[in-house]
Design a binder for this molecule. Structure first.
Ligand code: GDP
Length: 296
């Protein structure tokens, strides 16, 4: 970020030295700095507006306790609101269901769904000691099915075959049956993505969701999409009861704003971050740490 939030706020705090109470103009100045910093971090405008409104509500009418300066009070309001928006701490995959626990992967083409499916398989095998099966319901791109086969092998998981002449519902039924009969703990279902949001695609994934009743429905989104991530997130959230987000390609995103936007729009936690193209390039997302990063 060119001039991060912490720098901006500390400059402002200096101008408030010697004051004993927060004035309306202090609040306005602070809101302007917060707005600029969030926009520079590529947080989407509607999300910035909501954030500013919440901070403003809290800042106006805030009593200043004698041990703190008005500047310190304002900074702490911003920090708390940022943490609250981003979510706190970490939240792992929920597997609390009768096995096989189904995890449905949703997102646009190129977001990193297939790569993330395999990364997640590896995570669940190594960290949660689970027996994991993957399957691709992407019947439009034979290459996608082959790609999942390759990366699943790298992850040390098992792959269930599917083919472009099958229907996604057929594939899902066969995969879940196989997973049950062979005592898999988890079935990861990779789905088709398009380059843009598409009604047919949304109807298809909605039907898959109804059929599979997944314990987790993860929205996979490219952090480098920045502001565009918001529209995608909104469309998927309106179609599916999402349970979590995987923010991919965080390694290529220096600004970090997509996390805030996507978290706010979907209302569900960001569970993982993709940090490289490699099979082990998946990290449990730490909201506090990321809030610190946006804060600078
Ligand atoms: P899908 O179309 O959603 O299944 O996307 P893919 O899994 O095929 O990924 C698209 C491209 O993004 C591939 O070249 C991946 O290697 C790359 N990719 C996925 N996740 C990450 C990540 O976290 N970091 C980086 N740098 N590249 C990633």
């Amino acid at each position: 970020m060119a001039s991060n939030l912490t720098e901006r706020l500390s400059r402002l705090v200096k101008t408030m030295r010697g004051q004993s109470r927060i004035t309306e103009s202090n609040v306005q100045d602070m809101l302007r700095e917060v707005r600029m910093a969030l926009l520079e971090a590529d947080v989407a405008l509607p999300v910035v507006r909501d954030f500013i409104a919440r901070v403003k509500d809290k800042a106006l009418g805030q009593e200043v306790v004698s041990s703190l300066t008005p500047g310190q009070v304002l900074v702490s309001i911003v920090q708390k609101e940022l943490s609250a928006t981003m979510g706190e701490g970490v939240s792992d995959i929920n597997l609390a269901t009768q096995p096989p626990a189904v995890i449905l992967m949703a997102g646009l083409q190129g977001a990193g769904k297939t790569t993330t499916t395999a990364k997640l398989a590896k995570h669940l095998i190594e960290k949660r000691k689970k027996k994991v099966l993957t399957v691709s319901a992407d019947v439009y791109r034979p290459a996608a099915i082959e790609q999942l086969k390759t990366v699943t092998a790298q992850a040390g998981a098992e792959w269930f075959p599917s083919a472009p002449d099958q229907k996604p519902a057929e594939i899902a039924a066969a995969a879940i049956d196989h997973a049950r009969r062979h005592y898999f703990d988890v079935l990861l279902v990779d789905t088709a993505g398009r380059l843009a949001i598409d009604e047919a695609l949304m109807a298809e994934i909605k039907a898959l969701h109804a059929q599979l009743k997944p314990v987790e429905t993860l929205f996979v989104v490219d952090a480098m999409q920045g502001q565009d991530a918001v529209n995608t997130a909104k469309a998927f959230k309106d179609t599916l009861p999402l349970t979590g987000v995987v923010l991919t390609k965080l390694d290529g995103d220096s600004r970090g704003g997509a996390a805030l936007s996507v978290r706010q729009i979907t209302g569900v936690p960001i569970k993982f971050a993709g940090v490289s193209e490699k099979i082990d390039g998946l990290e449990v997302f730490d909201a506090d740490r990321h809030a610190g990063r946006v804060l600078g």
